[in-house]
Design a protein around this ligand. Structure first.
Ligand SMILES: [Zn+2]
Length: 147
Protein backbone atom coordinates (compact mmCIF):
# COMPACT_ATOMS: atom_id res chain seq x y z
CA UNK A 1 0.00 0.00 0.00
CA UNK A 2 2.77 2.34 1.00
CA UNK A 3 4.70 1.44 -2.11
CA UNK A 4 1.66 2.02 -4.35
CA UNK A 5 1.22 5.53 -2.99
CA UNK A 6 4.82 6.37 -3.56
CA UNK A 7 4.68 5.25 -7.14
CA UNK A 8 1.63 7.38 -7.87
CA UNK A 9 3.30 10.33 -6.25
CA UNK A 10 6.41 9.82 -8.33
CA UNK A 11 4.55 9.41 -11.62
CA UNK A 12 2.70 12.70 -11.05
CA UNK A 13 5.91 14.49 -10.18
CA UNK A 14 7.76 13.20 -13.24
CA UNK A 15 4.93 14.08 -15.63
CA UNK A 16 6.10 17.19 -17.49
CA UNK A 17 2.73 18.93 -17.27
CA UNK A 18 0.17 19.28 -14.57
CA UNK A 19 -3.34 18.00 -14.94
CA UNK A 20 -5.68 20.74 -16.12
CA UNK A 21 -9.33 21.37 -16.92
CA UNK A 22 -10.32 21.37 -20.59
CA UNK A 23 -11.13 24.86 -21.82
CA UNK A 24 -14.11 23.83 -23.99
CA UNK A 25 -16.45 23.97 -21.02
CA UNK A 26 -16.87 20.21 -20.50
CA UNK A 27 -15.09 20.47 -17.13
CA UNK A 28 -13.17 17.26 -17.82
CA UNK A 29 -9.57 17.12 -16.67
CA UNK A 30 -6.62 15.79 -18.65
CA UNK A 31 -2.85 15.65 -18.57
CA UNK A 32 -1.56 17.73 -21.46
CA UNK A 33 1.06 16.41 -23.88
CA UNK A 34 2.22 19.91 -24.72
CA UNK A 35 2.58 22.95 -22.54
CA UNK A 36 0.14 25.00 -24.64
CA UNK A 37 -2.50 22.28 -24.90
CA UNK A 38 -5.73 23.68 -23.48
CA UNK A 39 -8.23 21.16 -24.88
CA UNK A 40 -8.46 17.47 -24.03
CA UNK A 41 -8.28 16.48 -27.71
CA UNK A 42 -9.17 17.76 -31.19
CA UNK A 43 -12.84 16.93 -30.72
CA UNK A 44 -12.99 19.24 -27.70
CA UNK A 45 -10.96 21.87 -29.54
CA UNK A 46 -13.40 21.82 -32.48
CA UNK A 47 -16.35 22.08 -30.17
CA UNK A 48 -14.83 25.10 -28.45
CA UNK A 49 -13.99 26.71 -31.79
CA UNK A 50 -17.47 26.30 -33.27
CA UNK A 51 -19.31 27.42 -30.17
CA UNK A 52 -16.94 30.28 -29.47
CA UNK A 53 -17.29 31.61 -33.03
CA UNK A 54 -21.04 31.39 -33.02
CA UNK A 55 -21.30 33.08 -29.65
CA UNK A 56 -18.98 35.84 -30.74
CA UNK A 57 -21.03 36.53 -33.87
CA UNK A 58 -24.29 36.77 -31.95
CA UNK A 59 -22.68 39.06 -29.44
CA UNK A 60 -21.27 41.22 -32.23
CA UNK A 61 -24.63 41.58 -33.93
CA UNK A 62 -26.28 42.64 -30.69
CA UNK A 63 -23.55 45.18 -30.05
CA UNK A 64 -23.93 46.65 -33.55
CA UNK A 65 -27.68 46.95 -33.22
CA UNK A 66 -27.38 48.59 -29.81
CA UNK A 67 -24.86 51.07 -31.18
CA UNK A 68 -27.04 51.88 -34.20
CA UNK A 69 -30.03 52.51 -31.97
CA UNK A 70 -27.92 54.62 -29.65
CA UNK A 71 -26.54 56.61 -32.61
CA UNK A 72 -30.05 57.28 -33.87
CA UNK A 73 -31.22 58.55 -30.48
CA UNK A 74 -28.21 60.87 -30.19
CA UNK A 75 -28.77 62.25 -33.70
CA UNK A 76 -32.43 62.80 -32.84
CA UNK A 77 -31.47 64.70 -29.69
CA UNK A 78 -29.17 67.13 -31.54
CA UNK A 79 -31.40 67.45 -34.57
CA UNK A 80 -34.40 68.37 -32.40
CA UNK A 81 -32.31 70.79 -30.38
CA UNK A 82 -31.45 72.89 -33.45
CA UNK A 83 -35.00 72.89 -34.83
CA UNK A 84 -33.71 73.35 -38.38
CA UNK A 85 -33.53 71.30 -41.57
CA UNK A 86 -29.86 70.88 -40.93
CA UNK A 87 -27.98 70.54 -37.67
CA UNK A 88 -24.21 70.98 -37.50
CA UNK A 89 -22.60 69.90 -34.26
CA UNK A 90 -19.11 69.28 -32.98
CA UNK A 91 -18.36 65.59 -33.37
CA UNK A 92 -16.85 65.69 -29.91
CA UNK A 93 -20.29 66.32 -28.40
CA UNK A 94 -21.77 63.36 -30.24
CA UNK A 95 -18.89 61.12 -29.24
CA UNK A 96 -19.08 62.14 -25.59
CA UNK A 97 -22.75 61.11 -25.68
CA UNK A 98 -21.67 57.69 -26.92
CA UNK A 99 -22.01 58.21 -30.67
CA UNK A 100 -19.84 56.08 -32.94
CA UNK A 101 -19.38 57.37 -36.50
CA UNK A 102 -18.34 53.98 -37.84
CA UNK A 103 -21.77 52.44 -37.25
CA UNK A 104 -24.33 53.12 -40.00
CA UNK A 105 -26.68 51.13 -42.20
CA UNK A 106 -25.89 52.65 -45.60
CA UNK A 107 -24.93 55.75 -47.55
CA UNK A 108 -26.87 58.44 -49.35
CA UNK A 109 -25.59 61.28 -51.49
CA UNK A 110 -27.23 64.64 -50.82
CA UNK A 111 -26.25 68.18 -51.82
CA UNK A 112 -22.82 66.91 -52.71
CA UNK A 113 -22.21 65.17 -49.41
CA UNK A 114 -22.00 61.43 -49.01
CA UNK A 115 -24.00 60.92 -45.85
CA UNK A 116 -24.00 57.86 -43.68
CA UNK A 117 -27.42 56.52 -42.80
CA UNK A 118 -28.79 55.86 -39.38
CA UNK A 119 -32.35 54.59 -38.93
CA UNK A 120 -34.01 58.02 -39.17
CA UNK A 121 -31.17 60.44 -39.84
CA UNK A 122 -28.27 61.03 -42.18
CA UNK A 123 -24.93 62.24 -40.89
CA UNK A 124 -21.75 63.44 -42.48
CA UNK A 125 -18.52 64.17 -40.66
CA UNK A 126 -15.99 66.70 -41.92
CA UNK A 127 -13.19 68.87 -40.61
CA UNK A 128 -13.13 72.65 -40.31
CA UNK A 129 -10.30 74.64 -38.71
CA UNK A 130 -8.92 71.46 -37.21
CA UNK A 131 -12.18 70.53 -35.55
CA UNK A 132 -14.44 67.70 -36.54
CA UNK A 133 -18.03 68.58 -37.26
CA UNK A 134 -21.04 66.44 -38.09
CA UNK A 135 -23.91 67.48 -40.33
CA UNK A 136 -27.24 65.90 -39.42
CA UNK A 137 -30.35 65.84 -41.58
CA UNK A 138 -33.54 63.88 -41.24
CA UNK A 139 -34.28 61.08 -43.65
CA UNK A 140 -37.29 61.72 -45.87
CA UNK A 141 -37.91 58.05 -46.47
CA UNK A 142 -37.40 56.16 -43.28
CA UNK A 143 -35.86 52.78 -43.91
CA UNK A 144 -37.22 51.25 -40.75
CA UNK A 145 -37.55 52.24 -37.16
CA UNK A 146 -36.14 50.03 -34.47
CA UNK A 147 -36.84 50.99 -30.90
ZN1 LIG B 1 -13.56 19.59 -23.28
Amino acid sequence: MEEENNRTETSIKTSPHRERICKCGCEESFIPKRRDQVYKNSRHANYAYNHGKRKQKTHGQKTAENQLRKNDKILEKYYNFFKKELAIVFSLNLVSDGFNHSFYIGNESKEGFMYSKSYNYLFYEYEKNGRKLTRIIKQKNKVYVKR
